[in-house]
Design a protein around this ligand. Structure first.
Ligand code: GFB
Length: 319
């Protein structure tokens, strides 16, 4: 990528988009196109077409998405499938029609079958049934992958797809009903520490295994793939190691300095039993993660402490 190339980051205020923007800025890129969801409703085809015709970005990072944790995915299936399908289809087609040189689509590791062998190789896509709590989101993300592959196959478009594992980092969503597990646990343990609560409730059995990648590592991988990868095949982004949710809870408890108990609420879903990606493909290209999980948790807790007022007012605004 030329340092002066016009780069559109769709979703630049989200967890991943903001990290990609920070990464590109740190690497000396300076010519960005951004628009908030209020300014540009990516679900509207005509609006997206007009935006691309006017802006004509050279490169597109497609990080805009309707996202959420296990409960949000399970509660709002219509929004998770419709919003994501519309955003992807509109952006990918508009990028093709307006001469975008290259596009990176961000998927998710929930695209893989619920009971696929572990670690999850890219080839396991579409080999079995999906995890029911997030199949709506997964189907939309699979459609995004197929859109990129179709435009590449039919038109020679350089549209590539990456599948990040469970991400966490500064600027995450800390709303307990909608968030992923990491921000939820940080907030729960922090509030329990302040109120001297005797215990913290962790959803499910604590047994499901998850892999966690700091969003700054993910952003570095996204920029790396944009610069070095041209294939039609999807590429996993992860650390290659996972841990049970119960152990994650113990790590967050330690980082926060909470001394009470952990209680598991088994009325809440566990979701998929394990979701560990095979990172052989991206590592063979020359990328590897740098932020260790305990260091990453400390980093996000520090961010949370510095932004706790903002987080609380955002969460109140969402209710
Ligand atoms: O992060 P999470 O919501 O998403 O949940 P998934 C991971 C695990 O943590 C599940 C447990 O087993 C949850 O039951 N968990 C424990 C909690 N306590 C909590 C809590 O307080 N909040 C939350 N949210 N979970 C998502 C998909 O699946 O992963 C998305 O729904 C996407 O589509 C995303 O793929 C990356 O890992 O289960």
């Amino acid at each position: 990528m030329d340092k002066n190339a016009r780069i559109y980051i769709a979703g630049h205020r989200g967890l991943v988009g903001a990290a990609i923007l920070r990464r590109l800025q740190s690497e000396g890129y300076a010519n960005f196109i951004t628009a908030t969801s209020r300014e540009l409703d990516l679900r509207e085809q005509a609006v997206v077409r007009d935006f691309f015709a006017a802006q004509r970005p050279d490169y597109v990072f497609l990080a805009a998405a309707k996202v959420g944790g296990i409960l949000a995915n399970d509660t709002y299936p219509a929004e998770f499938i419709y919003d994501n399908l519309m955003m992807e289809a509109n952006i990918i087609d508009a990028a093709y029609r307006n001469g975008t040189q290259k596009l990176l689509f961000l998927g998710s590791t929930c695209i893989y079958p619920k009971l696929a062998p572990q670690p999850l190789k890219e080839d396991y896509l579409l080999t079995g049934p999906l995890e029911p709590t997030n199949e709506w989101y997964a189907v939309a993300k699979i459609a995004g992958i197929k859109l990129c592959q179709a435009y590449q196959r039919q038109y020679g478009a350089r549209f590539i797809s990456a599948m990040p594992t469970n991400l966490y980092g500064p600027g995450d969503n800390f709303d307990l009903e909608k968030s992923h597990v990491m921000p939820a646990l940080i907030r729960k343990f922090h509030e329990a520490k302040l109120t001297h609560a005797p215990s913290v409730v962790v959803w499910g059995t604590g047994k499901p295994l998850r892999e966690f990648l700091h969003v700054d590592d993910c952003a570095r991988a996204c920029v790396f793939l944009m610069e070095h990868y041209e294939g039609a095949d999807i590429v996993n982004i992860g650390t290659g190691s996972d841990l049970p949710i119960g152990e994650l809870a113990a790590l967050v408890k330690k980082a926060v300095g909470y001394t009470g108990d952990i209680v598991f609420d088994t009325s809440k879903p566990d979701g998929t039993p394990r979701k560990l990606v095979d990172v052989g493909r991206i590592m063979a290209l020359g990328w590897k993660p740098e932020i260790d999980l305990e260091e990453g948790i400390r980093n996000v807790y520090e961010w949370f402490l510095a932004h706790v007022n903002m987080v609380e007012s955002q969460v109140r605004g969402m209710c």
